[in-house]
Design a binder for this molecule. Structure first.
Ligand code: HEC
Ligand code: HEC
Length: 358
């Protein structure tokens, strides 16, 4: 845990929480010093995802809600041109991203930022590259409202749903005492997204005790990943979801552009947040190339090469970024470890959408 990472919530902490945080911080530091790199060792267990999946009090994810949310997530009729759904940019075939450097929006407009994966987003304390949304339900309506994305507007989306008998029935089953409106629409989508979880990668199986789950090279990559004098990755990509839920400027070349995307700074104008973007999870990262918010790295090898430089643009750089001394073999080991964070692709069943009514 680093004092340089801001997640925007620290100001809310009262003193007792603050002390608890310090204790957790000390505990974690002590833990990482004593890691034993053996399958199933107790010192590694903090890397396992929690079994309990968080949800809002007013939105317990029942089967009916999850199935409704899945249909909504894949339904292009929630866009103005009837040709774009959430899944256009968060596609299961591309690790719930889109395989593009930066997203393509309404009428194929090139957008400025890459589509992040939605894998494990339910565990994040803030959403979006700049953390401007607090949770999945808070995020879900944004793309429908944005003129650059689905562009149907809330009224348009709700009008479509309220005019479709099949959807009305599904909403009534999922949310019996609530109307079909923007709130239940957002909650259903969030319920579905909360089921897109990665917690059984070769790395997870190795942590749980399966000796054969990772190769010797991948185990070495993990050692480099957590070693502050080698990869120094864990300082930001921390356990268990490989993110500190914070924002960092990692010195991408695009930060040297004339009017660079200032990321978190636009939401919270604190100097250290200039050009700082959310630390993304690394789970399922093999499937989500290209990488970084600007899509500037095509491969994981290019990502590692970036970190070896310690950051191209030094202005506003995170104090946790420094040039790394890694041999080509060690760089390859890090890539091999990142590969162990992805589960072999599984078949995914698409939903059957409610019929249109004309
Ligand atoms: C045109 C492509 C596009 C469409 C359509 C789209 N998204 Fe996104 N999504 C993005 C981009 C790009 C970002 C990051 C934007 C930013 O940070 O400013 C994003 C961010 C997110 C995030 C935050 C993830 C994180 O790790 O912070 C979630 C969750 C999400 N989208 C869900 C949805 C849902 C639900 C829908 C449908 C209602 C949807 N998206 C439609 C491109 C898209
Ligand atoms: C100072 C904090 C920090 C350190 C240290 C760090 N990262 Fe990152 N990492 C980030 C942030 C922030 C991003 C997103 C930056 C952006 O797009 O502007 C990122 C992005 C990535 C991505 C791209 C993921 C995606 O979905 O686009 C990968 C892969 C990655 N880091 C791996 C690593 C590895 C491996 C190391 C160690 C060699 C490392 N990181 C060290 C903060 C850090």
């Amino acid at each position: 845990m680093s004092i340089f990472n801001y997640n925007g919530k620290k100001t809310l902490l009262i003193m007792s929480h603050f002390f608890a945080l310090i204790m957790v911080g000390l505990f974690q530091t002590a833990q990482s010093k004593e890691l034993v790199f053996k399958a199933g060792n107790d010192s590694l267990k903090h890397w396992l995802m929690p079994k309990k999946i968080p949800h809002a009090e007013n939105n317990i994810p029942t089967q009916a809600r999850i199935e409704l949310g899945k249909k909504l997530f894949f339904d292009p009729r929630l866009s103005k041109d009837n040709n774009m759904s959430c899944a256009t940019c968060h596609n299961p075939m591309f690790g719930w991203s889109d395989g593009l450097a930066t997203a393509k929006g309404f009428k194929s407009k090139q957008l400025n930022r890459a589509s992040p994966t939605i894998v494990n987003t339910v565990f994040q304390t803030l959403q979006m590259w700049d953390g401007r949304k607090k949770d999945l339900a808070d995020q879900a309506l944004g793309p429908m409202m944005s003129p650059d994305e689905m562009n149907i507007g809330i009224d348009g989306a709700v009008h479509f749903l309220q005019g479709n008998q099949h959807y009305i029935k599904l909403f009534n089953q999922a949310y019996p005492n609530e109307p079909v409106n923007e709130k239940t629409l957002a909650k259903a989508i969030a319920s579905f997204e909360s089921t897109i979880i990665s917690d059984n990668s070769p790395f997870d199986r190795w942590v749980r005790g399966d000796k054969k789950a990772m190769t010797a090279q991948q185990i070495n990559g993990f050692k480099l990943f957590v070693d502050p004098n080698k990869g120094n990755c864990e300082v930001c990509h921390s356990a268990p979801n490989f993110t500190d839920n914070g924002f960092n400027n990692i010195g991408l070349a695009s930060h040297g552009n004339e009017n660079p995307d200032l990321g978190r700074y636009a939401i919270k104008p604190i100097k250290i947040l200039r050009g700082a973007f959310k630390t993304p999870t690394l789970r399922e990262v093999v499937h989500t190339a290209p990488y970084f918010h600007d899509g500037s790295a095509k491969t994981l090898e290019e990502v590692i090469a970036h970190y070896v430089t310690g950051g191209v643009v030094k202005q506003d750089l995170s104090p946790n970024m420094k040039p790394l001394s890694l041999t080509p073999q060690e760089q390859a080991d890090l890539v091999a470890f990142l590969q162990a964070l992805s589960t072999p692709a599984e078949e995914f069943t698409l939903p059957i959408l409610p019929k249109s009514e004309f």
